[in-house]
Design a protein. Sequence first.
Length: 227
Amino acid sequence: MVSTLQTGLRALPLLLVALLVCLSHPASAIKFNIPATRYPPSKCVWNAAHPGALVIITANVGPGEGQRLDIEVVDSSEHKNVYLSKKNISGEKRFAITAHAEEDIGVCFRNYLESGESGVNDGKARSRVIDLDVDIGADAVDYNAIANQESLSGLETEMRKLEGVVKEIVDEMEYLKTREERFQLTNISTQNRVKNFAYFMFASLIGLGAWQILHLRSFFKRKYLID
């Protein structure tokens, strides 16, 4: 009994740390209404993600008669990578992708009004309610499934969660370090270019001044103003 109590007391700080780390992660769930039109604009929800990060997208789409909801997942890189594109989704859908670039991941929706349907139903504009939840990195891992598969205890599961969060923090710090080094190299390169441009302008001014002196001297000699 005493040994069990002592083990629980030793594990208490670890549980508190894991709880604080988990609470520090912001919720990425959002609920919104998207109207239906013939040529609907794209409504996107963006989240930052690192290359290789697992992204789990859960969309719970409300009913909508005479409407067709399409989903597309893209990123904000110059290549505009398209991770998935699905048409006419309804109910609860779950998608998993892996980020390829150090850019934001956008979950975009378009709600089309089907042909022959009116944009108004019972005096209200047609629309659908979307409950969207995006989990990235350690938040996207199903630790309950891992615990059931590996027969982990509650404490071991929390430690596994903490390990994933710590790894994510380390990766974030490595990314910030790499970005700082890249910015520093860009700063040094810019300073060298400005310095070289200043040297070029200085040499150009000296050359232009010498040319003007020689030109004026030649002009005055032609006019017999000087010997």
